[in-house]
Design a protein around this ligand. Sequence first.
Ligand SMILES: *[C@@H]1O[C@H](CO)[C@@H](O)[C@H](O)[C@H]1NC(C)=O
Length: 326
Amino acid sequence: MKVMVRAVLLVLLSTPFLAVVESISMGTFFTGLFPKLFCKFQECCDDECVKLNLTGLKMDLDNKLFGQHIAKQVVLKAVNGFFTNPNPKKPLVLSLHGWTGTGKSLISKIIAENIYTNGMQSANVHLFISTVHFLHTKYLSDYKEQLQKWIRGNVSTCARSMFIFDEMDKMQTGLIDAIKPYLEHYDNIDGVVYRKAIFIFLSQAGGARITEIALDFWRRGIKREEIQLKDLESKLSIGVFNNKDSGFWHTSLIDCNVIDYFVPLLPLEYKHVKLCVKEELVARGYQADEKIITAVADEMTYFPEHEKIYPDKGCKTVAARVHYYL
Ligand SMILES: *[C@@H]1O[C@H](CO)[C@@H](O)[C@H](O)[C@H]1NC(C)=O
């Protein structure tokens, strides 16, 4: 009897054991009582932590994204619809198209920030840039294997994972084929359910075509806010899919209907560049100095040659240029 008590005591007193007991109870204590607080310290993936803040999404799109009335509508509808569906049949797949600096990365950032507490830094948000992560053609089979392993691994850990693929128009076709199965209508693949994940593709494919359409409206004296999704959609699909320069990348995705929403981004104008500069100044804690705002917007180069309506880099270089003035 005495021996047993001593043995139990010994075990209890040995620190590793206590540490384990302690961490378990503290863990459950925190997650149980303060799920929100716990999320701040450790990334989690339940409905309490990963959920859509619709009001925040709408506000951010209104306040930070300029000149993109169509994209705004489509994104709100798509993301909200996906989150209100308790049992989606497939993952949400958005394809964002537009010229440089029109807001594609910004939109994916805004979406991430209104779903995950840690936004783009979340362990459940994964950004891949074709020309950075998958540059070399000779490693295609390695890339394929790795990417599939990552998608599988991350979705197994958190069904509500988000994958952003930037520069999709520069992605090797073989790699696109590798991710295609995860985008389709499967209940599960080898026991892993992909139906709650979000995939966002960013590309410049179709950007030139969108600009042509916007320019056509402008020349006819119609306000850009009157351009509707349907004005772009029909022409865009031709521009995107039949033009080798803008990338053939998703012909295979299109054929399978895996893309749920095309999100076209219009070329920005002078007044939008000014808004971007203003936003950048305010975000850095400075006054919205009209002189700096005008100076930065005036520095940009605009096209087409005669009308000079659209900045060729959109708002992309705004941050760097603002930095120069401060
Ligand atoms: C999740 O994806 C990241 C890349 O964003 C990768 O480094 C990591 O190994 C993946 N996790 C799993 C469990 O596969």
